[in-house]
Design a protein around this ligand. Sequence first.
Ligand code: PGA
Length: 251
Amino acid sequence: MRRPMVAGNWKMHGTRASVAELTQGLSQLSLSSGIEVAVFPPALFINTVIDGLAKTKIVVGAQNSAVQSEQGALTGEVAPSQLAEVGCKLVLIGHSERRQVIGESDEVLNRKFAAAQAAGLKPVLCVGETLEEREAGKTLEVVGRQLSSIIDAFGVSAFANAVIAYEPVWAIGTGLTASPQQAQDVHAAIRQQLAAQDAEVAEGVQLLYGGSVKAANAAELFGMPDIDGGLIGGASLNADEFGAICRAAGN
Ligand code: PGA
């Protein structure tokens, strides 16, 4: 059985004071043993958060990592091996803000995905369509293509050690959430695409939904058969709200 995962993407938020407060709040949550919980702080605060959560079951990931696995001459980047060395376990790859605002291409994301796995980090591959693409009926085509990029380069077995997050771009930070059925339809299609090549990988991979998830809508989303938890942005910045979302995943 797949274990539900709840992951908090803090994005570019936080000061020393707010990160300390949030970490403290998270360290006091009582979390179901049946779920996996992760947070993705800004790189600047990763060390502090790892220390602050050391006695908890919450694992820490990075929001981005370099195209090469090992440290070296690459100004401004953080190597997956460096992240692993300080205790990071996961890394977000291909969040829509990085695809769209930073302009990361599938080719760059493929390199980041492989570099992360080579360093022992588990990539969380984010996929999702824009509003125009959804309205044009292209959702499954777009998501399928983003997924194929990795499958074509590394084989479907790359997802034996990865997580996938479906995040419709129109639902991120907008307060608009995909309905549980809309999300389920895409999740089922993702799993089918993987199953066409490897049923075991498809059954095992955790598929998270992201886009305006909050305590009030989490249970309904997580109740769908192919939704194995969530990638939470705004609502992950409040420990109580995040804790409530974790409880929804644990039930
Ligand atoms: P949101 O962000 O929960 O604030 O919509 C989700 C995400 O971008 O991962």
